[in-house]
Design a protein around this ligand. Sequence first.
Ligand SMILES: [Zn+2]
Length: 188
Amino acid sequence: MKIRYAAFVAIAIGLVVILFGLYPANTGQDATSRQINVEAKEVSDLSKDLQKNDEDWKELLTDEQYKVARQCGTEPPFSGKYYDFKGKGSYQCVCCGNVLFGSNSKYDSGSGWPSFWEAVNDSAITKIVDRSLGMVRTEIKCKKCDAHLGHVFEDGPEPTGLRYCVNSASLTFVPDTTEITEETDKKN
Ligand SMILES: [Zn+2]
């Protein structure tokens, strides 16, 4: 009897030790996997514009915007809504809202397309060598969603000497307001 009792006590103690020993480890594991899920969700939020397919873009954009931004089209010169537009504000990607250009770098190049001598920052735009139509040009795309914007040439004004030649159809103009300026100042 004594041996059986001792064995029972030993097993009971063993079970208690195992249960209490495993409990914190399980909690830790849950916390870790929860964290990984949250991170994965944030990553997918960031790249959700890249996950849109052709049908999604067709629904979201006008025919002209779709043809230019998603199929590397070019609007006819002097036809877009921004080539002669002089509003103060920023120009965003028509597809994803990524801020690309500011009105302070817009100038009249005479080309018939909205022209800028610089982008808001280097990380907003991807530059790709384009050898189509028997020319070597540098295509510019939205870095966030891969929308075709236009081309960049080296015949722009100072201080950069660059001419970002952009289709109006790839852009959405957002006017500057006093509220936005104040908000930005507070954050800075
Ligand atoms: Zn974009």
